[in-house]
Structures are given as C-alpha cells and as structure tokens.
Design a protein around this ligand. Structure first.
Ligand SMILES: NC(=O)NCCC(=O)O
Ligand SMILES: [Zn+2]
Ligand SMILES: [Zn+2]
Length: 484
C-alpha cells in the first residue's frame, strides 16, 4: 500500500519547496507534483519535514537507586506525539559489567519501541575486557558512539586516564566519544560542603554545579579528544563557559559538537527557588537550569552554528521518586522529561520568535545529528530512498502543555502551562502513520534498531591528520658518544 502526502511545503535543512511525497515499503519513493497513492494525507498549510531525532534519552534507565519511569513503550509514544521519529538511548553497563552484557539488557527493553532507535554505548569503567568488547560493539553491533561521564563520582564517573584510553580506542575503531562534561570531583566536594552547612534543598543541586565545573570539564574533554585524534560530542551543553570552549575549539578546526537541551533553552534557574519543594525537585537535572545570559548564549550558538543539535536528555522520574531526596538534595534522582515537547517548544521559542529559520529548525532537530551519528540520509532527510520518518507540521496548531494529556508515564511536566504554536498534524514512522490529526495510532514493537557504521568522513579526516602530524624520530648521523 502506498501513502501520499499532498499539498504541503517540504522543508529540509537547506531547501523549502512545494511538492507531494509518495511513500511505499517504509521509504520515500517519489517527490514531485500531483502524485497519487492509496492513502492520502492532506498537508495543505503544513510543512513536511524529516521527523525529529532525539540523540539523548534514558528510557528505563537504572540510576540513583531507581529506574527512570518512561520505558521504550511510553517514551517512544511520547516522541511520536511530538514529531520525533527516532531516539538514541544509552546502554549503560554498571561498573564491572561487560559492554555486551549491558547491550543485551537494552536489546530486551527496546523491543516495545513505537519508533526506530539506536544506542550509544557507555564506558563507565575501564579494563582489557572493555577495550576488547568495544571492537565488537562497533564492528558487529553497529554502534559508533561511546559515552563517558565526567561526573557522578563513585558511580558512573571515569577519570582522565580512562578517558584518554577510551578516546584512543575510539580513534582506532572509527568511533566517536561523547561526554557528560562536569568536574565530578568538584561537584562531590561542593555537595558535601553544602550539605554540611544545612543547605539540603533542591536549589543546592544548582549551587553544587556552577557553570565553571561544566566549562572546565568541557575544555578538558576537548583537549583530551584532540590528543587522541578523535571528534568529540558534548552532551547537554548548558552554559556560556562550556559553549565558549566548544566555540573556541571549532574555530581552531577541532571537530567538536555541542548539544543544548530544550530544557536549558527555555527554562531557567528561578525554578529551583520555587517555594514548593516538589516543583523545584522535579526540575533537578545535571547540569542544572541556568540564567538568561546562558540561555542567550545557547540560542546564539544554534544560530551561528557553534552548537549543532537540540536534544532532551529525557530521563523522567515521578514525584514519588524525586522525594527520595527530601532532606538531602544529592539523593534526588537527576533528570527531566521533554520527548513530547522538544519539537513544539523549539518551534515556538525558536521559529516563532525569529531566532531560528524553519530550515535551521530541521537542521538542529534532525539532519545535523543524522550526519554526526552516520545514519544520514536513511534518517534526517526528505529524499527518495530515505526512510519515511516524516512529520507534517502544522504551524498554526496550538495547545497548552499539561501533564494530564501527555504520553509520558510521570505525573507532572516541567513545561506545564506553556503555550505552544506549531504541532504535528501527522507523524510517520517508516511510512506508518503514528499520529493522525492529533490521534495516536502508534504500534508497540514497530520500532527497529538503526545500525550506524564507524569511520565517518570526519573520523577518517582526523586520523589522517593525526598520522601526518604524529611525532617522528629525527634520524641523525654522527651522534656523539655518550658523555657517561
Ligand atoms: N541529566 C540528568 O540529570 N540525568 C540523566 C543522566 C545524565 O545524562 O546525566
Ligand atoms: Zn549527563
Ligand atoms: Zn543524559
């Protein structure tokens, strides 16, 4: 059966034009005028764009003594409702656990996904086993990205020697490291000090993670990646200090990508000063929300190209889970939701305000990350042969975000009460209509794993340059006799 999207305006990262899109077998088979198909989707007045790709989610993630509440079923349902058609989650070995073992666990969880997905592999400890299994992860499992936590001391954090070893291994395998860049030693020290002073509320979470700890770690990771000869992807860039390090590196020719979150772009630190403990704790995440100056810096980064991708870091904990941290902010599970809201919030606050063009919107929600992760143009494109992961975007459709109508399993929404203008009329996942005029028609288990090949052109270019500029022994004649 074929489906035709009729009468819309196609918006890609670099083109805007009027055409119909014909879909069959899960792929785009033709783009042109007056196309016919068995099923017709009316896109009049709408933009037809690549579905969103959220490269940073934690679905059913074991973390801080509990599990994040959205699993691959509710998480990907929420994604589709908001126009996102692919998520990339993190397979997270507990320290001492093998990578392949952890991957098996994530394979099992993801069978319920409504949309396509891929994984990043986390390196949470270092050993010969990890070194060896990285090769299998890349060559056999189709995962070309490895995540490193520079924070969460005593749990997920890895030290500089481990970072350098893992980054070098990534270089050998044609993979790319990702970092959560916060100085975990300093966060641990500041947290202990705040608690000792009786500063135990959710606002102290923000005090324990000032922009300097993020800026320092971002810069350190960039330098380590440069020495290892790998590109680097910095997740949840939240502040000017980290953005500055990324901007400087990019201007020096380093291949570094920064990923602000929709939460950091649109919510600020005043949330932590709310009188209501639950309100503040629900917004505890790392890095914390920042002030308006930092937000302006992130928007400018998206506009100028120094920041590449907008993600969510969707890691949803219920109010009950957040209350583990009453009396001790370090026990509040870190994380917020956002999967359903990323696209409408970014459209409203980006395109709706003139900060982003529609093409830039497509670039930072879909196409850029598809290229960075090496799954373009299968994903992130409106091209013949690409997967029909598409969103038919109605720029006039409005709603007020509220937890009572969301797909996420949790009992609140950090964007509660925000008015958005710009929502999906249809969302298609490999040709299947999962959102039809606001009605959800997803299918549990429809989602497939997306393999991503190593050796991106950027990775190859960097290793060529590294080899060309490697230190070389100076061959000398007439070396004097040793003075000893
Ligand atoms: N970001 C956050 O607070 N929670 C999820 C885990 C992480 O990405 O650090
Ligand atoms: Zn993180
Ligand atoms: Zn995360």
């Amino acid at each position: 059966m074929s489906t035709v999207i009729k009468g819309g305006t196609i918006v890609t990262a670099d083109l805007t034009y009027e055409a119909d899109v014909l879909i069959e077998g899960g792929q785009i088979i033709e783009i042109g005028r007056d196309l016919k198909g068995d099923e017709v989707l009316d896109a009049a007045g709408c933009y037809v764009m690549p579905g969103g790709i959220d490269p940073h989610t934690h679905l059913e993630m074991p973390f801080m003594g509990t599990y994040s509440s959205d699993d691959f079923e509710s998480g990907t349902r929420a994604a589709l409702a908001g126009g996102t058609t692919m998520v990339v989650d993190f397979a997270l070995p507990s320290p001492g656990q093998g990578l392949l073992d952890a991957l098996q666990m994530w394979d099992n969880k993801s069978t319920r996904a409504h949309c396509d997905y891929s994984f990043h592999m986390a390196v949470t400890w270092w050993s010969e086993q990890v070194f060896n299994e990285m090769e299998t992860v890349v060559r056999e499992r189709g995962i070309n990205t490895f995540k490193h936590f520079m924070a969460y001391k005593g749990a997920l954090m890895v030290n500089d020697d481990e970072l350098f070893a893992s980054f070098q291994r990534c270089a050998e395998l044609g993979a790319m490291p990702l970092v959560h860049a916060e100085n975990g030693d300093i966060v641990a020290d500041l947290s202990a000090r705040l608690l000792a002073e009786g500063n135990n509320g959710p606002e102290a979470h923000a005090y324990s993670r000032p922009p300097a700890v993020e800026g320092e770690a971002t810069n350190r990771a960039i330098m380590i990646a440069d020495m290892a000869g790998v590109p680097l992807y910095v997740v949840h860039t939240s502040c000017e200090e980290a953005h500055e390090a990324i901007r400087r590196a990019r201007m020096q020719g380093k291949r570094v990508y920064g990923e602000p979150l929709i939460q950091h772009l649109t919510l600020d630190e005043s949330e932590y000063f709310n009188q209501d403990w639950d309100h503040a704790a629900r917004r505890v995440m790392s890095p914390p929300f920042r002030n308006k100056q930092h937000q302006d810096s992130l928007w400018a980064g998206l506009q100028s190209g120094s920041l590449s991708v907008v993600a969510t870091d969707h890691c949803a904990f219920s109010t009950e889970q957040k209350r583990f941290g009453v009396g001790d902010f370090t026990k509040i599970p870190n994380g917020t939701g956002g999967l359903e809201d990323r696209m409408p919030m970014l459209w409203t606050h980006g395109v709706g305000t003139g900060r982003l063009t529609p093409n830039e919107f497509v670039a930072v929600t879909s196409t850029n990350i598809a290229k960075i992760l090496n799954c373009y143009p299968k994903k992130g494109a409106v091209l013949v042969g690409a997967d029909a992961d598409l969103v038919v975007w109605d720029p006039d459709k409005e709603k007020t975000i509220t937890a009572s109508s969301q797909q996420s399993a949790i009992d609140y929404n950090v964007f509660e009460g925000k008015q958005v203008k710009g929502l999906p009329r249809f969302t298609l996942t490999r040709g299947r209509v999962a959102v039809h005029d606001g009605e959800l028609r997803g299918q549990e288990g429809h989602g497939e794993f997306v393999k991503r090949e190593p050796n991106t052109s950027v990775g190859r270019a960097l290793s060529t340059w590294k080899e060309l500029t490697a230190p070389r022994k100076v061959e000398r004649t007439g070396i004097p006799a040793s003075g000893v």
